[in-house]
Write a protein that binds this ligand. Structure first.
Ligand SMILES: [Zn+2]
Length: 67
């Protein structure tokens, strides 16, 4: 399910996690982008081919592309 207000969401350029705040809760980075595409919700990273390709090892919300 895609977020209703995508404009308020930013994505961490380091780990591609979707962030709702001033810094990434996963890696602590403040290098965030509002220009992203491809909303991903990873439930089970160990059984997800996309998660493996993106080196995601935690469940959560991610963006496929971040500019
Ligand atoms: Zn991050």
């Amino acid at each position: 399910m895609a977020p209703r207000n995508k404009k308020n969401l930013r994505v961490c350029r380091v780990c591609h996690h979707v962030v709702e705040g001033e810094s990434c809760m996963t890696c602590g980075s403040t290098n965030l982008s509002e220009d992203w595409a491809g909303y991903l919700y990873i439930v089970d990273p160990k059984n997800s081919e996309i998660a493996k390709k993106m080196n995601i090892d935690m469940p959560g919300r991610y963006a496929l592309k971040v500019r």
